[in-house]
Design a protein around this ligand. Structure first.
Ligand SMILES: Nc1ncnc2c1ncn2[C@@H]1O[C@H](COP(=O)(O)OP(=O)(O)OP(=O)(O)O)[C@@H](O)[C@H]1O
Length: 306
């Protein structure tokens, strides 16, 4: 598959603060990469470098086959960037904001009118197009920002934490829009500190902590490698039967027990059989999916939301 983004060993310091130490990842065409990490991990810095807003101290980023520094101007025409902070003219309508951004991206005349109608539709804002942005919710403003980044039909879309502090309706709109863009072959890089968003939207995930990309791989492989599947059981007297062969870890949780294992069906059978043999009544039994949370914990030793 064609590689749209190839980032190698990016480093960036702000004064004494080494914000990026080693950022390396690749993104194939038409896929979504989730850049996942806690506050201050280096997500925005990475995205600003890719959008050509700041320069890395060392390392390379090849975007659509072009060098991010030497071919910055050509790249700008093919990349849409949605910064974390909303940047709009509050007094102007959504439509007039889009005219402004369109012209900035070099889209004009009939083409611009047509594109504005399309991006308003894509972001679910057609009916509010003529209203001043200062009457919009945070989520709607964010959608205008995204619409602006889509006007020039970018092949790569960079979204920096686009769902922070927004309403569920806007969030769903953004998700639907991302899915349809992916369907059209657009490549997306999406930063977030919400695991669920990566699970819903992304084909692969790059985990970044302290300026270093610790790993990048497809979600499923990452989950299989770094986190165990588990079963959760509740019932009286379970302490007598929860220790089963092959379990990676067994511990109390709430009023029940968690048994982490990669042999889930075996564990279920063992627990049910032992319970029956010993006359123990099982009140509840669930199989839990491995989570990115536990992956993050095993990679970094800390919780993502710390
Ligand atoms: N302009 C700047 N001057 C000095 N330090 C900065 C600057 N921008 C970012 N930093 C620092 O660089 C590190 C990485 O910041 P960055 O904004 O890239 O992280 P992030 O993962 O996007 O975090 P957040 O989720 O909080 O936006 C942080 O320690 C931050 O304080």
């Amino acid at each position: 598959m064609e590689t749209v983004l190839d980032v190698k060993h990016l480093k960036k310091a702000y004064g004494k603060k080494q914000a990026l130490k080693d950022v390396t990842f690749t993104v194939p065409k038409g896929t979504c990469l989730g850049l996942l990490g806690p506050n201050g991990a280096g997500k925005s810095t990475t995205m600003k470098i890719l959008a050509g807003i700041i320069e890395a101290d060392s390392g390379t980023a090849t975007i659509l086959g072009m060098d991010s520094v030497k071919q910055r101007h050509a790249i700008r025409r093919l990349v849409g960037y949605v910064p974390q902070a909303i940047t709009l003219y509050e007094q102007l309508s959504a439509y007039d904001n889009l005219v402004f951004f369109g012209e900035m991206y070099g889209v004009r005349g009939t083409k611009l009118k047509q594109r504005i109608a399309e991006v308003l539709e894509q972001t679910g804002l057609t009916e509010r197009a003529k209203d001043a942005v200062n009457t919009f919710s945070g989520g709607m403003k964010r959608r205008v920002n995204i619409a602006a980044a889509l006007l020039h039909q970018p092949q790569l879309l960079i979204l920096d934490e686009p769902t922070v502090g927004i309403d569920p309706q806007s969030r769903n709109h953004i998700f639907e829009m991302i899915r349809s863009l992916l369907g059209e072959g657009v490549t997306i890089i999406y930063s977030t500190h919400y695991m669920e968003e990566v699970e819903i939207l992304c084909n692969s995930v790059a985990i970044i902590d302290n300026g270093v990309v610790l790993t990048q791989e497809p979600l499923k492989e990452l989950l299989d490698r770094y986190s165990h599947k588990a079963i959760y059981v509740e019932g009286k007297g379970l302490e007598k039967i929860v220790n089963i062969p092959d379990a990676a870890k067994t511990y109390r949780k709430g009023s029940g027990w968690v048994i982490e294992t990669n042999h889930v069906m075996f564990a279920v059978k063992e627990v049910l059989q032992k319970a029956e043999n010993q006359g123990i009544e099982i009140k509840e039994l669930e199989i839990s999916r491995p989570t990115l949370e536990s992956v993050f914990l095993s990679l970094t030793g800390t919780n993502l939301r710390d």
